[in-house]
Design a protein around this ligand. Structure first.
Ligand code: HEM
Length: 405
């Protein structure tokens, strides 16, 4: 197998034929160019791996980002794996997850719905003032960042700063590939750190009705300020680009299947199942990493201790052994169980929030428009970015007629 094919321009545009070729030819592939990482693509192999963190560790993979030396100690500090939820294994993970889920409750998320609707309407108002618009820049990128900053309790006058800082936190991944000027990014990381440190101290003294105060309260006596800062940063990294991509991927999938878009516009109660289908069909997180803690076997193949595994969720979500007609985007699909939010102990903490934001965005957008379509030349020229871990359009130029209100 040619692993470099994974990031060929053709595969970044459409990775699914490559995933299918891997999945249908063998259950395990050794990717020599990735230092012997083993790629696993079948649903019935990946789901049990995610359920077994003792044998398939997240902690051992950490720190995950190999930043070049010149980026320096400053940036490294931001990615130390100490008490990092997503990069820990039970029992430490269980302790951290219990603490943060006390603050990040489904009730707190559900209470955000009216506010999410108001923010969405405001963004749509300005987006739909033009017949042609970039859905990503106008809706999909700003929505999650505004929502999480309001949930955390970032003051309105700091939101612009916060948006810049969180964009830069996400870009630190590209730093490890030597593609960006580290100066402005490091400056943002420093400023975000200082802002969060100060805010956490202030909320400790004077709690408000916000997520930072709830985290401070839940973690009192258990977590240091550094751990709270690290968790807040995780919410930014794990929650923003992924939700942005979910919205972009939903629109691309619907526009490429016009009969499904028409069905959805005719029957808005199908929005939640259209979102589930997008997660299966065009998942924002394409792959996860794990490392074996002992010699083991996967589908009969011996795998030594210390092997890095590349679990291709997006391939499992189109596994014909698990899903009927997996290559069809079907918004009324009945077979559930897609793995886009992971599975087992690390199952996405933000899944209810991501689902809510995507539902509200589609519920508000679709009745406001008719003749929704790709702008000229856009359909076959989508820039999917350069990551094979996260998938979503960088820009998405669409056009629509606005319905009279
Ligand atoms: C974990 C996907 C949105 C916060 C995960 C994992 C996946 C995932 C696959 C599992 C990682 C692993 O097992 O190694 C997604 C997708 C999203 C999304 C596809 C949007 C469509 C969000 C949002 C937030 C969030 C909105 C919070 C604001 C987290 C956190 C974890 C996580 C904190 C770590 C949970 C743990 O380790 O116990 N997410 N996510 N995610 N996600 Fe999300």
């Amino acid at each position: 197998m040619q692993p470099q094919a994974m990031w060929s321009p053709e595969n970044l545009r459409n990775p699914y034929p490559f995933y299918a070729a891997l999945r249908e030819s063998a259950p395990v592939h050794v990717l020599a160019a990735f230092g012997g990482t083993h790629a696993i693509t079948r649903y019935d192999d990946i789901a049990p791996i995610l359920k077994n963190p003792a044998l398939f560790s997240s902690q051992r993979i950490a720190p995950g980002l190999h930043l070049p030396k010149e980026v320096g100690e400053q940036a490294r500090r931001f990615f130390r794996a100490q008490n990092n939820l997503i990069a820990s294994d039970p029992p430490q993970h269980t302790r951290l997850r219990t603490l943060v889920s006390k603050a990040f409750t489904p009730r707190r998320v559900a209470e955000m719905e009216p506010r999410i609707r108001a923010i969405t309407r405001q963004l749509l108002e300005s987006m739909l003032a033009h017949e042609e618009f970039d859905l990503m820049a106008e809706l999909a990128v700003p929505l999650p960042v505004i929502v999480i900053s309001e949930m955390l309790g970032v003051e309105p006058e700091r939101r612009q700063d916060f948006k810049r800082w969180s964009d830069h936190v996400v870009q630190t991944v590209a730093l490890s590939q030597g593609k960006l000027d580290p100066g402005p990014i490091l400056q943002s990381l420093e400023q975000l750190h200082a802002y969060l440190e100060e805010t956490i101290e202030r909320r400790r003294r004077e709690p408000q009705d916000d997520l930072i105060s709830a985290l401070v309260e839940a973690a009192e006596g258990f977590l240091e300020v550094e751990d709270l800062i690290s968790f807040t940063r995780l919410l930014l990294v794990a929650g923003n680009e992924t939700t942005t991509n979910l919205l972009g991927n939903a629109l691309v999938s619907l526009l490429r299947a016009p009969s499904e878009l028409a069905r959805l516009q005719a029957t808005p109660t199908l929005v939640p199942s259209a979102i589930e289908e997008t997660l299966r069909y065009e998942g924002p997180v394409q792959s996860l990493m794990r490392m074996t803690t002992q010699d083991t076997q996967i589908a009969g193949h011996p795998i030594p201790e210390g092997t890095r595994l590349f679990l291709v969720l997006a391939a499992a979500n189109r596994d014909p052994r698990r899903f009927k007609e997996p290559e069809r985007f079907d918004i009324t699909r009945e077979d559930q169980g897609q793995l886009a939010f992971g599975h087992g102990v690390h199952f996405c903490l933000g899944a209810p929030l991501a689902r809510l934001e995507a539902r509200v965005a589609l519920e508000e957008l679709l009745p406001r428009v008719r003749q929704l379509a790709f702008a000229s030349g856009q359909e076959h020229d989508i820039d999917w970015g350069e990551s094979f871990l996260l998938r979503g359009p960088r820009r998405l130029r669409l056009r629509a007629e606005r319905c009279p209100s």
